[in-house]
Ligand binder design. Structure first.
Ligand code: ZN
Length: 431
């Protein structure tokens, strides 16, 4: 897997996808998800699955489908003082229908604000408990006079389907790398659209590369999506070797990685190796909270699932508010996040274990044109050091990633050194 990417161009494409999908009102089910998946189909080869409401998936049941057409609160002069058409965050996601007049005092328990950020609209959901409500800025609430209001949520919650998307990119092996992201948030840019855009464009990039692993990208609603996918794919799960969950990858913060439950799986080590080389970053230990790593790392599966983010969820004030908008994500950050994913995949793709074929003393490298001599070829000293590390540690017990970690030499250099040594018959892949 060799990469030559124009990051500026890539950043524009990723941001373009985020901006295109931003206005759509998504939820864990419904037409917003379908619309999103159908547009992603223009980027990656996507199969859309529809799982009927009521389907039992482990301890859960696929919920009824939510549809929202319009919602508003009107004052007595007929003016929309809260209007779903202005922001889909104004409606509590999965609100049941309501259509009646009530006083502000009666309406008040159904209104949600963020007093500490009086300009922002919070994002609220009520998926599994029947409820309804509106979200609005504190300033907007403060401006509402007491009195009567006409309240309407034109929604329905009825048996239908849970929709999710899957893009499979075949490689040489049936062993798989699984990449997942959430598709259930409405107009929020970093959470989830950054992950969605990066996953879709990654799938597109991988299609044109020769691959050792097969790759499977999941575009699924939070929690119920991964549980549904796991329940329907018990025969695929044993083929999964590495899992990467993508979330919140477009903000200005440095990259962060959350380790899998196992803590030292290859995906953990590959991700941490790449992040270390990039400079500022942070690594978090596993916890059973967060995104779909919770489900992939549940004890019945215990898959090696790590999560790549920038500033993690809950650690930026814009999280789950109207301020997580298109100004909050940066094209260059999106592009760098995608390139980092590809670099992590490169480690997975090229991590092999070799046996030194001339282990008695060092082989005479200059004889093979592999070692700089006076007036000889100008390979860098770093490459020569990489050759020595690979030869020394290739005793069948160390993979190239082990060697990169122990030597502190970039994996890419170690991998290139191994290729050079193997092409001269000095290394052979361990059985
Ligand atoms: Zn979220």
């Amino acid at each position: 897997m060799d990469l030559q990417l124009d990051e500026q161009q890539l950043g524009k494409q990723l941001f373009g996808t985020v901006a295109e999908l931003y206005p759509i009102c998504r939820s864990i089910t419904g037409d917003g998800v379908r619309e999103t998946l159908s547009r992603l189909g223009g980027i990656a080869p996507l199969t859309i699955h529809e799982v009927p409401s009521g389907t039992e998936v482990f301890d859960w049941t696929v919920p009824d489908e939510w549809h929202i057409r319009d919602a508003w609160v009107k004052d007595m002069r007929g003016r929309r003082v809260i209007d779903f058409q202005r922001s889909n965050l104004h409606v509590v996601n999965y609100s049941e229908p309501v259509n009646r007049r009530m006083s502000l005092a009666e309406l008040r328990p159904h209104l949600f604000t963020l007093p500490e950020r009086p300009d922002w609209i919070p994002y609220r959901t009520s998926y599994y408990q029947k409820n309804w409500g509106f979200c609005l800025s504190q300033n907007q609430l403060d401006a509402l006079p007491a009195g009567e209001y006409e309240v309407c949520i034109d929604s329905s919650i009825e048996p239908g389907y849970l929709s999710y998307g899957e893009a499979c990119i075949p490689g040489e092996s049936i062993e798989e790398v699984l990449v997942s992201c959430h598709i259930c948030h409405p107009s929020l840019a970093n959470d989830n659209l950054s992950g969605i855009a990066i996953a879709a464009h990654l799938a597109r990039q991988l299609r044109s590369l020769p691959l050792r692993y097969s790759y499977r990208f999941l575009f699924i609603p939070a929690t119920i999506g991964s549980i549904t996918w796991l329940a329907r794919n018990e025969t695929v799960v044993p083929r999964i070797r590495h899992v990467l969950v993508l979330a919140c990858l477009g903000d200005a913060g440095p990259l962060t990685y959350k380790r899998s439950r196992r803590g030292d799986s290859t995906i953990d080590r590959a991700a941490m190796h790449i992040l270390r080389q990039q400079g500022e970053h942070e690594v978090f230990e596993f916890s059973p909270y967060g995104y779909d790593e919770r489900q992939f790392c549940s004890p019945g599966f215990n898959l090696p699932a790590g999560r790549l983010s920038r500033t993690p969820h809950g650690r930026f004030p814009e999280y789950h508010t109207s301020a997580d908008n298109l100004d909050f994500v940066q094209p260059a950050q999106l592009a760098r996040s995608l390139v980092t994913c590809l670099q992590i995949f490169q480690v997975l793709e090229n991590d092999r274990t070799y046996l030194n074929q001339k282990p008695f003393g060092e082989p005479h490298l200059s004889k093979y044109g592999l070692y700089d001599s006076i007036g000889g070829i100008a390979e860098s000293p770093a490459f020569q050091l990489a050759l020595l590390w690979v030869l020394n540690l290739s005793d069948g017990g160390c993979s190239l990633l082990d060697i990169a970690e122990r030597s502190g030499v970039e994996f890419r250099m170690i991998s290139r050194a191994a290729d050079a040594l193997a092409s001269h018959g000095l290394l052979r892949e361990a059985p």
